[in-house]
Design a binder for this molecule. Structure first.
Ligand code: ATP
Length: 311
């Protein structure tokens, strides 16, 4: 059977403006295009994992506005089970994103309905208990995130936490204690530890969690585990057009590979291939690759491997 993944996290409508260069404070610039795209770190990771081949269920909330209906429908269409996505009175979460011509982005998130997920009910806990792996981020109220991690831990379900957006305060000890794998990007790793060097940050984080993957953008990622030398995994060399949700694509695919029982090095190579595919296309969830596409990146090409052809 496919791996079973539960995502406890946010659903946001991404309001994306495409510009040559992002405006400075007080400045107005004319954009080239505007799109509304279903997103949110939780929903993005859910779609990424579903496309990568897992059976995925989401726990979260949308608002009573039109965005709420669209967010739910988008997840349904991606094959994500939304039975435990609540509808909370008021606006849905929104993310206001500016993407520049170099593929860089700047984002303001307004939580909206996501703020309504302050605790878990019996249905949520029962679902988490049956999962192979639970995916968590920091776009829901911390008490709910912590409760999810603890429920998973109590039932022997592996937990993977993306500490994003960058936490303003140290993470609750109870959350870290129930986290198996922490996946910060470089900024989040630095914010959590006060160390800008990713190696030093990863080593510091191992005091709190047994395994850490620090994502390093085009430079790939760094994997550290207690009692082992950290290793870096390079990213495939590609031309980035939009890096929105590269991290979520990476985590979603990584979760699927781990839930299927693949060893970490193979899982990281697969996740890196998935993320590299996503940065070559515009948008958050629309840019996420399907399982066959990810496999194709890593399959030896006819006439030898990429390395053999390059040499
Ligand atoms: P985002 O916030 O844009 O979703 P992030 O800051 O959370 O991303 P990054 O470290 O930038 O995370 O990227 C996550 C992963 O995506 C990287 O570890 C890498 O595998 C892949 N990736 C990102 N940018 C590139 C790129 N330019 N080329 C190839 N792979 C990339």
């Amino acid at each position: 059977r496919p791996a079973g993944i539960v995502v406890l996290g946010s659903l946001n409508m991404d309001l994306v403006a495409y510009v040559a260069q992002a405006p400075a404070r007080g400045e107005t610039v004319t954009g080239r295009a505007f799109r509304t795209l279903p997103g949110g770190k939780g929903a993005n990771q859910a779609v990424a994992a579903a496309r990568a081949g897992a059976e995925v269920a989401m726990i979260g909330a949308v608002g009573t506005d039109g965005f709420g209906t669209r967010l739910r429908t988008a997840l349904d269409r991606s094959g994500v089970d939304t039975d435990l996505v609540r509808t909370a009175e008021g606006p849905s979460g929104t993310a206001h994103i500016v993407v520049d011509d170099e593929g860089g982005n700047a984002i303001v998130v307004v939580p909206g309905a996501n703020s309504a997920v302050t605790s878990l009910d019996h249905g949520d806990e029962a679902l988490i208990a049956t999962a192979d792996l639970l995916l968590l981020q920091l776009e829901l109220p911390l008490p709910a995130v912590t409760a999810g991690a603890r429920t998973a831990r109590a039932h022997g379900v592996r937990t993977v936490l993306t500490p994003a957006p960058v936490p303003a305060r140290p993470l609750p000890p109870a959350l870290l204690a129930a986290t198996d794998l922490l996946v910060p990007n470089q900024h989040e790793a630095a914010a959590l530890t006060g160390r800008t060097d990713p190696y030093a940050a990863a080593r510091a984080l191992l005091a709190d969690v047994p395994e850490v993957v620090v994502t390093l953008g085009a430079a790939g990622c760094l994997y550290a585990a207690r009692g082992r030398e950290p290793v870096t995994v390079p990213a495939p060399r590609v031309t980035a057009v939009d890096t929105t949700a590269a991290g979520d694509t990476f985590v979603g695919a990584l979760a699927v590979a781990l839930a299927e029982g693949r060893p970490m090095p193979a899982a990281l190579a697969w996740a890196s291939a998935a993320a590299a595919l996503s940065v070559q296309r515009e948008g958050a969830s629309p840019s996420m690759p399907y399982r066959a596409e990810i496999d194709a990146v890593l399959a030896p090409a006819p006439g030898g491997t990429e390395a053999e052809r390059d040499s």
